[in-house]
Design a binder for this molecule. Structure first.
Ligand code: URA
Length: 280
């Protein structure tokens, strides 16, 4: 038996709290999303009391009561079933916000659907919302988004152009921000693919511009990286549309020397649009 002075836990000091916070930031927790911590391990144990959900936001509606009480399939419809039922972009946006099939929604504030003009000839598809997009509920509004706007502007395109022929429509593969902005897993991107494919069909673009690895690999079902794929026109299987992979603007912010390649891709996109509208 060990004898000696009884060691009592002292209350945490300022330095302890600062060290705990620094550790969490290092793990990728860069934002407080709820007042009290939630123990997801405890919640997933059988017989544990149901978790108190985070305060709902306007865009994170629970499934309708009828669906919750019905059969498992009705209560938890698949992404393909829900997406297939959407006949308008509004339907699809609602279905996406309500779909309970991914835990990513638990750590995000807003379901980020799209920006720009439906029916625009170019549909830009990125990876997933970051912190700014999650806060504002719109895709590509942070630094990378500002660069994307400048890049598109250089070939006369913008998300709010009055002339539909000069407009773009912008979305992401994932509508929820992954914790700490980590790269989405293949399971996560595959889970949302039926929504993205329906989104393309309902938005009705003439060409797709995938920016970065995630949308390129997801839509083309390829393992080839963006360095190899960029600048090479492809055909998107589900829609039959021409698809041009290019670099993600966040990558260009880190590697400005690659902007020359991205510029070549933009010129290729411009030429394709001109050919499609019969201006060549
Ligand atoms: N990066 C993305 O891929 N999408 C966004 O909306 C913002 C940053």
């Amino acid at each position: 038996m060990i004898s000696g002075p009884l060691i009592r836990a002292r209350p945490p000091m300022r330095e302890d709290l600062a060290a705990a916070l620094a550790w969490q930031i290092e793990l990728g927790a860069d934002e407080a999303i709820a007042e009290a911590p939630q123990d997801r391990f405890e919640e997933s144990r059988p017989n544990s009391a149901p978790a108190k959900p985070p305060a709902p936001t306007a865009q994170k509606a629970a499934p309708p009561a009828a669906a919750r009480q019905a059969t498992p399939e009705a209560a938890f419809p698949s992404a393909a079933a829900l997406a297939g039922r959407a006949t308008t972009l509004e339907d699809l946006s609602r279905a996406l916000a309500e779909w309970q099939g991914s835990d990513l929604r638990k750590g995000a504030r807003n379901c980020v659907f799209a920006d720009g003009r439906p029916g625009a000839p170019v549909m830009v598809i990125g990876e997933a919302p970051g912190a700014d997009e999650d806060r504002l509920g719109k895709p590509f509004v942070g630094r990378a988004g500002q660069l994307l706007d400048r890049m598109l502007g250089a070939i006369g395109l913008s998300r709010d152009a009055e002339d539909l022929a000069k407009a773009v429509y912008i979305t992401n593969i994932l509508p929820w921000r992954p914790p700490g902005n980590r790269t989405p897993s293949e399971q996560e991107t595959a889970a949302f693919l039926p929504f993205v494919e329906r989104h393309i069909a309902l938005a009705g673009p003439k060409v797709l511009l995938t920016i970065g690895n995630t949308p390129t690999k997801t839509l083309l079902a390829t393992t080839q990286g963006i360095r190899r794929m960029r600048g090479n026109w492809q055909t998107h299987g589900a829609s039959g549309l021409p698809l041009l992979p290019s670099f993600h603007p966040a990558y260009l912010l880190r590697q400005p020397a690659e902007k020359a390649q991205a510029w070549r891709d933009l010129l290729a996109l411009q030429a394709r649009l001109e050919a499609l509208s019969g201006n060549t």
